[in-house]
Design a protein around this ligand. Structure first.
Ligand SMILES: Cc1cc2nc3c(=O)[nH]c(=O)nc-3n(C[C@H](O)[C@H](O)[C@H](O)COP(=O)(O)OP(=O)(O)OC[C@H]3O[C@@H](n4cnc5c(N)ncnc54)[C@H](O)[C@@H]3O)c2cc1C
Length: 499
């Protein structure tokens, strides 16, 4: 029996690569000629030319050709210390997977990724590999690092197309029931592992469909939506019940949830778009990133009622921000047909937090970058609609509390960028509604849920949390790792009753 995606063993520990006595034996790897491997030229998958891809929403990169993937995997020098694996938040055994891949055993290579990750297809596409695995790849000290992310995506997608992964073992039912609030990467990591451990899992999601930001945020050109839908087929196969369009605290009372379930995992993310705090920010034509992205990327039926009307045509768009979300917004604006798309960011490119690859793609697609530029005021015209964004130039001063140079205004440098739409992508906060839903849940001053880091336990008995609601806006892979860690702790709690 095959299903569409399966991790094979139990939760990874966060700090060290997992020690797994029950893991299938890896084939012996003979020593490799490292010097010779360093001379193998780097390979990359085919990329849609910019002028073509701006006319569609398809992914930028094709999957690797199988023979090319094998050749790229052969660039891995199989270093015993595997710094790539240590740098991966879920500790994928990258050298083992690439050894199998270069032997042509794509299926087994994919299973190595699935041992430690519930979302290898997504992480291969979305992780900032230059900061994580590829940033620590020893080959990268001499040449381009091994294309770890793209090979992860290739093996796991190849497996999906060629019959799927072996069905997982599911432990006998424990009779315990766990509620998972939120169906993003954190909820997925928790739900899948808990279901495999024999617990009954019900996942609650406020949006009409499950996936969290994987569906309601990240556009198709970075990651196609069928990969997300397949993940939920896997979860249903494992017996996870999905209740969508249910917002805990609104459609279902928190107390009712606690009464019904033996444990709760909170993975509700950080979805409150930060605002600019400038005059006229509420003018017609100013959008917050998520409402803009979901209306650009999804069908009305997939959206909550207030977002079902289509975006109006836009010719000149200004996006404010410097992270991955801002790149998703500028590139979506290009695909929506805008003729002029400008990104403004108050520091320089060196301080930007998103992936360099995304910036490169945006520049290839014709986006204009205005660095050291800060918004001052939205200017409106006819019908109180946006007509321009007034900006000022900045210069960098002393580092702030995030160690990044603090931008300072240049007096007398104001200028206007004419536009008919402005998108604000300046970060996300954790929703403060939890202060009302459960006042005794301990949160910090940024509304993040406070947890005990090894177990993801909150201050409330039987309530665990992880992902962006704990870390603030972060990454798919860190949310996933939190969900995995919480699942192990929830399992222990349900089995022992110890708190
Ligand atoms: C536009 C955008 C692009 C991004 N790009 C990248 C990228 O390229 N790479 C990367 O690694 N990360 C990226 N991120 C960050 C990444 O998506 C998040 O860090 C990750 O999704 C967090 O996972 P999560 O499960 O904690 O929360 P989410 O994915 O936010 O999921 C939380 C879910 O909980 C639901 N929910 C909230 N409150 C309730 C409630 N009361 N009841 C029921 N359900 C509720 C929400 O509707 C949501 O679906 C991006 C984020 C955004 C917004």
């Amino acid at each position: 029996m095959r299903w569409t995606g399966v991790p094979i063993s139990m939760p990874a520990q966060p700090d060290e690569p997992p020690d797994k006595p029950d893991r299938p034996a890896k084939p012996q790897r003979p020593p490799v000629d490292r010097k010779a491997r360093l001379g193998i030229p780097a390979k990359r998958p085919q990329k849609q030319p910019a002028e073509e891809r701006t006319g569609n929403w398809e992914e930028v990169f094709s999957l690797f050709d199988p023979e090319v993937a094998k050749a790229e995997a052969m660039r891995c020098i199989q270093c015993p210390a595997a710094p790539c694996q240590k740098a991966c938040p879920v500790h994928n055994d990258i050298p083992a997977a690439f050894w199998l891949l270069e032997q042509g055993d794509f299926d087994a290579a994919a299973n190595v990724f699935r041992e430690t990750s519930e979302l290898p297809e997504m992480c291969g596409r979305l992780c900032p590999q230059e900061r994580l695995c590829e940033g620590h790849c020893v080959v990268g000290k001499h040449a381009l690092p091994v294309a770890i992310g793209k090979l992860e995506t290739f093996t796991t997608e190849w497996q999906r197309v060629h019959g799927g992964a072996p069905s997982p073992e599911v432990a006998p039912s424990t009779g315990k029931r766990v509620a998972v609030v939120g169906s993003g990467p954190a909820g997925i990591g928790a739900a899948e592992r808990l279901a495999r451990l024999g617990h009954g899992v019900v996942m609650f999601e406020a949006w009409p469909e499950p996936g969290g930001v994987l569906l309601y945020g990240i556009p198709d050109f970075k990651q196609n939506k069928p990969a997300v839908a397949r993940k939920f087929d896997d979860l249903r196969y494992l017996g996870v019940e999905l209740r969508t369009s249910v917002r805990i605290g609104e459609d279902l009372e928190w107390t009712a949830l606690r009464d019904e379930f033996d444990a709760v995992f909170l993975g509700f993310g950080a979805s409150e778009g930060a605002t600019l705090g400038i005059p006229n920010e509420d003018a017609a034509g100013v959008y917050s990133a998520t409402p803009f992205l979901v209306r650009a990327n999804l069908e009305p039926a997939q959206l909550a009622e207030q977002y079902r009307h289509p975006l109006p045509p836009m010719r000149r768009v200004v996006v404010v921000g410097g992270g991955d979300t801002s790149m998703d917004c500028v590139r979506s604006a290009v695909r929506l047909g805008a003729q002029e798309v400008t990104l403004i960011y108050r520091r320089t490119e060196a301080e930007m937090q998103g992936r360099a690859e995304e910036r490169h793609h945006a520049a290839e697609e014709g986006v204009r970058f205005e660095y050291l530029t800060s918004p001052l005021e939205v200017l409106t015209g006819e019908g109180a609609c946006v007509r321009a964004l007034r900006c000022q130039r900045m210069r960098l001063g002393e580092p702030d509390d995030t160690s990044r140079a603090r931008p300072q205004p240049e007096p007398g440098s104001e200028f206007d960028i004419e536009c008919d739409a402005i998108v604000t992508a300046v970060g996300y906060n954790v929703d403060d509604e939890w202060g009302d839903i459960e006042p005794s849940l301990v949160r910090d001053r940024w509304d993040r849920v406070v947890v005990e880091p090894d177990t993801m336990r909150t201050n409330l008995r039987s309530v665990f949390a992880g992902g962006d609601d704990v870390n603030g806006a972060d990454l798919v892979v860190t949310a996933l790792a939190d969900g995995q860690r919480a699942a192990a702790a929830i399992d222990e709690y349900l089995r022992t009753g110890d708190w």
